[in-house]
Design a protein around this ligand. Structure first.
Ligand code: FES
Ligand code: FES
Length: 158
């Protein structure tokens, strides 16, 4: 099946088989090596991508579901100004992420900030919990999301 979609702002087209997972396709055929696939069953969040401004777990998503969508991974997000809001937010909260969760975590926060720059406590909690981490304190991660949102709001509204 031929799919065409926007990947990190670039129109992309490939022939994919029906059972190919989005995570494998994006990593192997599209070069999105920032994507991790730890659990492969939708539990850990390490394979999270941004699809039409919403978070999506690419290990449980068939590649053909990407067609006609707008997809972002860290390869694209890290080149954009918005990314600095998140990097600064995590720095301000003194959260240092490891390489296996950082891309998914940043994309999860970006998905939230595209919905709102004034997230509720529930939205922040869901965003924090969408990517598993056993080494950072939840309180700090929560704080990092709040700070990222403040940075985004300041950048948009001055
Ligand atoms: S690899 Fe764990 S949720 Fe996708
Ligand atoms: S900082 Fe990456 S899993 Fe905890």
């Amino acid at each position: 099946m031929i799919i065409s979609f926007y990947l990190n702002g670039v129109l992309t087209e490939h022939d994919v088989t029906p059972h190919r997972r989005a995570v494998d396709y994006l990593r192997d055929d599209c070069g999105c090596r920032s994507l991790h696939h730890e659990c492969a069953d939708g539990t850990c969040g390490a394979c999270l991508i941004l699809m039409d401004d919403r978070p999506a777990l690419s290990c449980i998503l068939p590649a053909f579901e990407l067609r006609f969508r707008e997809v972002w991974t860290m390869e694209g997000l890290s080149d954009r100004d918005e990314f600095t809001d998140i990097v600064s937010g995590f720095k301000e909260a003194r959260v240092r992420l490891c390489s296996s969760c950082a891309p998914a975590r940043a994309l999860a926060v970006e998905a939230l900030l595209r919905q709102t720059v004034r997230p509720s406590a529930r939205q922040i909690r869901e965003t924090v919990e969408s990517v598993q981490c056993a080494c950072c304190s939840r309180r700090r991660l929560h704080d990092a999301v709040i700070r990222s949102a403040r940075n985004r709001e300041r950048r948009i509204h001055g």
